[in-house]
Write a new protein. Sequence first.
Length: 248
Amino acid sequence: MNVEDQNGVRTVTFDRPESLNAFTADAAKALAQAIEGVDADQHDAIVLTGEGEAFSAGGDLEAMAERDETPKESFDRTRETLGRVVETALTSDVPIVAKVNGDAVGAGLAVTAVSDFAYAADSASFSCAFARVGLVPDTGGTFLLPRLVGLRTAKRLALTAEFISAAEAADLGLINEAVPDDDLDATVDDLLETLRKRPTATLGLTKRAIHENMGRYWQEALDHELLTQSLAYGTPEHEDGVNAFLER
């Protein structure tokens, strides 16, 4: 996992191109640590991308073949690896942008889904491929997919494990947009420029409120929304934003 900080952006590059950036347990832990290590006072965004032809092919099949685990051991390992990636991504105070440079399969698709923004090259394809190897979608797949693409489409993707194009992924709402391969960097850079202009602390409050309210009853959700708004009212970013607007 290659981690680079530049101009307020932490770029995390999956750097196992020989395995199409498949996730080992160590790679998943490194990704979670890279997300956890971001400071909202110093960073405006996190970008996730892959080296080589793929974004990520998902779990490492060679590592799977070598495992000899009880269900309890499998539960603990997954919770501390890809499960931890989901938790850190959902609770991060900094927006996460998936720059999907190539195919996103299995956990690669799920990491795309858990990101706050996702832009893909036209040549990329997506598959919730867990069923191909006799597994249930993890990395938040069963939680996030129905919320992004709807219940029937989520079942279609998960149960058939079919591949879909980047254009269809955009139409379904799995990603924000599919763009020509040569335009992917510029598209993400434009988004990052916008995020730099926004108050990161407030974006973190907004993101947490949205995620935490997904499973709440409406009245409890509104109370939580008001709580986060009251915190936002007390931030310097709010005061600066109001003053800047009035000055204009």
